[in-house]
Ligand binder design. Structure first.
Ligand SMILES: Nc1ncnc2c1ncn2[C@@H]1O[C@H](COP(=O)(O)OP(=O)(O)OP(=O)(O)O)[C@@H](O)[C@H]1O
Length: 256
């Protein structure tokens, strides 16, 4: 038969807008099953906008977005982990209940979660190494544990494409290592991962490709090739930008 295999995600000439002028313009890239793409750009460059645009939460004013060759995405195929600072810290539920919520979309409104749903939620929580905290109130967990809990919620829904919005911000070494491990395992199970991050180490460690953004696409391609100092300087539009193993250092830029 031959031909190009269907990408988990294919974005072509896509622009997204909150109102008058597009917030993000002319994005084109593809992501295969079992692979990961890192989205890298300064604050306000459009990383969250792209993830929300792929989810259909923000208006696409040009181009196409296909998930598993279909548009709109087939129901239940995308998992999404937002930034934790978008959460209500008083969320009055346990970690186990948060993860079980990952099953609701698959279930639809009329069925209550059954034994299989509970087993899948427990398995997802174990996958992020937090099975022992299932009964802890979500708001009492550390930021890193909450982030891992939200990842478990997304995993419980059985996604083929996982969108992660800066999951590594402010994580200690233990939580970071646990997240890296989980992402690697998901990839080996065939899940495609699109992750926005300021962590160049993460991009190098788990992402085959990098998409550099600043209101529009600066570059896309294999990680080592695209993450050059010249490209990163163009993306951050700053003279004197330096890179070390993990971060982009921009003079006068506070980052997160
Ligand atoms: N709800 C909104 N309404 C209008 N404009 C918005 C909204 N959210 C974001 N924007 C604008 O869209 C552009 C891209 O923002 P976005 O949040 O996607 O960037 P980001 O790269 O995710 O930033 P950060 O690293 O700070 O999370 C910015 O110019 C921002 O001001």
């Amino acid at each position: 038969m031959g031909g190009t295999p269907t990408a988990a995600l294919r974005v072509a000439g896509a622009s997204f807008s909150y109102g008058q002028k597009p917030a993000l313009e002319d994005i084109s890239f593809a992501l295969a099953a079992g692979e990961a793409v890192a989205l890298i750009g300064p604050n306000g460059s459009g990383k969250s906008t792209l993830l929300k645009g792929i989810l259909g939460l923000i208006t696409r004013v040009a181009g196409t977005v296909e998930v598993l060759g279909e548009s709109p995405a087939p129901t239940g195929t995308i998992g999404y982990v937002p930034q934790t600072d978008e959460l209500d810290p008083e969320f009055p539920v346990t970690l186990g209940q948060v993860v079980l919520m990952g099953r609701y979309r698959t279930l639809g409104w009329l069925r209550l979660p059954g034994k299989r749903d509970r087993a899948l939620a427990a398995k997802a929580l174990d996958a992020v190494g937090l099975g022992h905290l299932a009964k802890t109130r979500f708001g009492e967990l550390s930021g890193g544990q909450q982030q891992r809990g939200l990842l478990a919620r997304a995993i419980a829904s059985g996604p083929r494409l996982l969108l992660l919005d800066e999951p590594f911000n402010g994580l200690d070494q233990e939580n970071r290592a646990a997240l890296v491990d989980t992402v690697k395992r998901l990839k080996s199970d065939g899940v495609a991962v699109l992750v926005s991050t300021h962590d160049l180490g993460l991009a190098r460690e788990v992402c085959e490709d990098v998409l550099l953004l600043n209101g529009s696409q600066v570059a896309f391609g294999p990680t080592e090739q695209v993450l050059s100092l010249e490209n990163v300087q163009r993306t951050f539009k700053a003279v004197g930008v330096e890179m070390d193993e993990h971060t982009v250092v921009v003079p006068g830029h506070t980052g997160h």
